[in-house]
Design a protein around this ligand. Structure first.
Ligand code: MSP
Length: 633
């Protein structure tokens, strides 16, 4: 086995700030890097930012910034987030770096030299969101991925002869089942390659300025994927690390990686990456996270309340890697409390306290015990089955809990017989040595906590049983995973989340999003005859007084210009409006509502207000001046 390993995450678009979807891939990459270190392999992790293209150009213009100013800001957001979360990024590669641009030109030159580039013109429906022409689109079609409208575009493009690689790509995927995993993704790509004729690919644009200029083709900049994919190569140019051992990503960009990328490299005559692995989508309480739904969750607020390890553990334990999975704050806190606070944390403090109490903080002599979970967990890790690896490790924790209860060391401690004391030694050594190994196995997933646990164990050592010698002095016991009150923790995270969103918006010069209430289903459809039955009138408040014994009600006199004079209206708005603030205010009332008595006062109509679930009513009003008595229709 080579002692070097090169792995990548996608380079993220800078049209949005990082959220836990991006964090998911990046923390998995960090975990794999740490797993490699366990095997003595030095892994090199590259991530970065994808900064060119129309989408970014537009996002920048929207907030009044130049593309460069805008991308500098967001790329820094990504870099800072990874640093704050303690992710072991070895290189953050930006597509706007001159060295990257030179590398893209090199790839192009080699593809051109080998006869795989030609000039042509292209007309088609283009999706700005997906940065791709949508094949076979008709007028009025929308982008199948984003649902956004398409733009009809004709331009002179440079084309890459993707069609020349159909057979070679089929061969690549058939002969190397490991090249693309999981198997379901490989099957999708293979059946696509076998059933669809590959079209040549337009790899330049003349309609966009924000991109890497194509050498010798004035006015052309590279199309984003030709530019973006090259990051994996440019990030390690001259270090001898190419080819990559692993590209990680989620499923929506598998085709670009499994078809375009190897084709570009084959055309240039460069070595191919060894493996592509795609995971599923992280959903927020069952629906895909998206800016428009406003259900994006960021990792740093979670880190501040629970520690980043809690999120790492949750995502890797809860979601089979490769499948879609749901995030929810409730599930996160529940997992933390059951597995980390009660599971590992409890076993640690129990074991160490017993060693302090019964053996003066010194470990008894080694004994043999069942440690078969090591091999099981390592095999699952190797197969990227993180949830199964963690399940095996936590089963071990559960077995030890049972073992402690069955052996009742607190009873053995009180029994001075040699046999009882020998059994107590066995229990203590077995629990301690198991904990040392459990910590080592969990460390790639919960690195920060593992480091703190090791301080208390006062040892790390190899992944083999019996390494800790007799008499080993243990450290002081301190809680690692304090139990959390779910309600309090979730409220804190949501508040921090809102503050973080505001900070990011301010950074980008965006005005804060309009607050929205959860959308309620509409009432039954009515026709216009039904509507005209409701007589809504503009009135003015002439008097407002509290109603005795009813702290929610106000007694109002509202004039709608009737010859009979102002009406009496009793309105449930006392909590939201002090009576004096209503005087001379224009309001809307339902004027033909049958009168009804409230607290002995006859209310002759109803005042119209936006009513918020659990919140205060807000009276309807007008921005322009309106005469009293005007009807609303
Ligand atoms: N810039 C391209 C990638 C170019 S790679 C040469 C891009 N960027 S992106 O910002 O949209 O990032 C997509 C990637 O972010 C996904 O492939 C995945 O790794 C991660 N995720 C973003 N949101 C996600 C979820 N909701 N769920 C899981 N991962 C997702 O595509």
């Amino acid at each position: 086995m080579s002692d070097k390993y090169y792995l990548t995450t996608p380079i993220y678009y800078v049209n949005a700030a990082p959220h836990i979807g991006h964090t998911y891939t990046t923390l998995v990459a960090d975990t794999i890097k740490r797993l490699k270190a366990l095997q003595g392999v030095e892994a090199y992790l590259v991530t970065g930012s994808d900064e060119h293209g129309q989408k970014i150009q537009r996002a920048a213009a929207k907030v009044g910034k130049t593309p460069q100013e805008y991308t500098d800001l967001i790329a820094a957001e990504f870099e800072n987030t990874w640093r704050t979360l303690g992710l072991g990024i070895d290189k953050f590669q930006r597509t706007t770096s001159p060295q990257h641009a030179a590398a893209v030109c090199k790839l192009f030159a080699d593809c051109e030299k080998n006869g795989y580039i030609y000039k042509g013109s292209y007309t088609g429906y283009y999706s700005v969101t997906s940065e791709a022409f949508v094949a076979d689109a008709k007028p009025g079609d929308v982008d199948p991925d984003s649902g956004q409208p398409l733009e009809l575009l004709t331009e002179e493009n440079l084309f890459f002869k993707l069609s020349a690689f159909q057979d070679k790509l089929i061969q690549l995927h058939e002969e190397n089942p490991q090249f693309l995993q999981p198997e379901a993704r490989r099957n999708e790509v293979l059946s696509f390659l076998k059933s669809e004729k590959l079209q040549d690919l337009s790899i330049s644009r003349t309609t966009i300025q924000w991109g890497i200029p194509v050498p010798n083709h004035p006015g052309h900049v590279f199309y984003v994927w030709f530019d973006a994919l090259m990051t994996y190569w440019s990030a390690v140019e001259g270090t001898g690390r190419w080819p990559a051992d692993l590209h990680l990503m989620s499923k929506e960009i598998v085709r670009f990686h499994a078809i375009y990328w190897p084709a570009f490299l084959m055309a240039a005559g460069w070595p191919l990456p060894k493996r592509i692995y795609s995971h599923g989508w992280l959903l927020f309480e069952e629906s895909k996270m998206s800016k428009s739904r406003g259900n994006i969750v960021r990792a740093t607020p979670i880190q501040q309340v629970m520690g980043f390890d809690a999120l790492r553990y949750f995502l890797l334990r809860e979601i089979p890697f490769g499948s879609d999975g749901s995030f929810s704050y409730d599930a996160l806190v529940a997992r933390y409390n059951s597995d980390l606070a009660n599971g590992l944390g409890n076993l640690l403090s129990r074991t160490l306290s017993m060693i302090h109490q019964y053996r003066d903080g010194k470990l008894p002599a080694p004994v043999e015990a069942d440690h078969s979970a090591i091999a099981t967990a390592l095999a699952h890790y190797e197969a990227f089955e993180f949830h199964k690896a963690l399940e095996a490790v936590w089963r071990w924790i559960g077995d030890l809990d049972k073992y402690i209860v069955e052996n009742a060391p607190w009873k053995l401690a009180k029994d001075p017989s040699l046999d009882a004391q020998a059994r107590l030694n066995t229990v203590l050594y077995r629990c301690f040595e198991s904990l040392r190994l459990i910590t080592a196995l969990a460390a790639p997933v919960i690195p920060e906590s593992a480091a703190r646990i090791r301080e208390q164990l006062n040892i790390s050592g190899p992944l083999s049983w019996g390494h800790t010698p007799a008499g080993h002095p243990i450290g002081a016991v301190a809680p690692i995973f304090p139990r959390l009150d779910a309600k309090v923790a979730i409220e804190q995270m949501q508040q921090l989340e809102a503050a973080e969103l505001e900070r990011q918006n301010a950074l980008l010069g965006k005005t804060p999003a309009e607050p929205q209430v959860p959308f309620q289903p509409l009432a039954e459809t009515i026709n216009i005859d039904d509507f005209v039955k409701v007589d809504l009138r503009v009135g003015i408040v002439l008097a407002a007084d509290p109603v005795k014994g009813a702290d929610k009600l106000l007694h109002l006199k509202v004039d709608i210009g009737e010859p009979t004079g102002p009406r009496t209206i009793v309105a449930g708005i006392a909590k939201a409006y002090a009576p004096e603030t209503l005087l001379n205010r224009k309001v809307v009332i339902v004027a033909n509502l049958a009168p009804r008595k409230l607290r002995g006062i006859e209310s002759q109509g109803m005042i119209v207000a936006a009513s918020l679930e659990g919140g205060s009513p807000v009276l309807a009003g007008f921005l322009e001046d309106v005469p009293i008595g005007a009807r609303l229709k």
